[in-house]
Write a protein that binds this ligand. Structure first.
Ligand code: ZN
Length: 251
């Protein structure tokens, strides 16, 4: 049940027929894990906290650096040197004190990932490397949790959703060889922050779409975005028969 205060606070999004009070109640009882609190995770975390998702599990093992601030808009100058997860928790609670913010101040690895993902409804992959994404992909497949994955560099980025319940392709079906697809990091290739705003916003939207059961989702396809040319291109892809991560789940 929503309190009068909550009905008023979220009244502008409650006006949407797709969301309504039942959708808001669904957001309130949901738990979303955000892996990586950089440029993408900053945006996702702020929008989901603002929207009233009941519990956010936020994960990052790094500290805030001055070179992060141009794009990781969740942090302020006073946060430089602090653990990202703790600084993010403080700033998100200032935005919405009603949301539970659980922190995990280490990177996810094969040892800890299954316990951290326990009871999570959906995972946001806002990490910055393929090892982390493969770990998330495998864990989400084994637990049956959907994952909204995005990445960006320079002026470009991409987003897709892996949903094991639908039996579609997984992240490893898209990227089968990490050595060929290792992206440049922001410190190597550079990045203009609005591309992170676009993709982080899309990730937040897809989370709300999944939790509130809107119609169509970005499953079985990947959306490529190039802000320089304003090219938005959605490309279908399918599961690989010999995928090392998901083929055995399909039998
Ligand atoms: Zn696969």
């Amino acid at each position: 049940m929503l309190s009068d205060q909550e009905l008023f606070r979220y009244s502008r999004q409650l006006l949407l027929e797709n969301l309504d009070i039942s959708g808001q109640e669904q957001l309130k009882k949901s738990r979303v894990l955000i892996a990586g609190l950089g440029g993408l995770g900053s945006i996702v975390a702020m929008y989901l906290a603002g929207a009233g998702v009941g519990c956010l599990v936020i994960v990052d093992g790094d500290e805030v650096d001055i070179t992060n601030l141009h794009r990781q808009v969740l942090y302020k100058e006073a946060d430089v040197g602090l653990d990202k997860s703790k600084a993010a928790q403080k700033n998100l609670l200032e935005l919405n004190s009603e949301v539970d913010i659980l922190t995990f101040d280490r990177a996810l690895d094969s040892e800890n990932i299954l316990s951290v993902l326990k009871e999570v409804d959906i995972v946001v992959d806002s990490t910055d490397n393929y090892t982390a994404r493969y770990n998330l992909n495998r864990a989400c497949l084994s637990l049956g949790i959907p994952m909204v994955s995005a990445s960006a560099q320079r002026f470009e980025g991409q987003i897709t959703i892996i949903n094991p319940a639908l039996g579609g392709p997984c992240y490893r079906c898209l990227y089968t060889d990490d050595s060929q697809h290792e992206a440049l990091s922001c410190s190597e290739g550079g990045i203009l922050s609005p591309i992170l705003g676009v993709l982080g916003s899309l990730q937040a939207f897809e989370v709300v779409r999944f939790l509130c059961n809107f119609e169509k989702a970005l499953v079985d396809s990947i959306l490529f975005i190039d802000l320089l040319t304003l090219d938005f291109r959605q490309v279908k892809y399918s599961a690989k028969k010999d995928c090392p991560d998901c083929s055995r789940l399909r039998g």
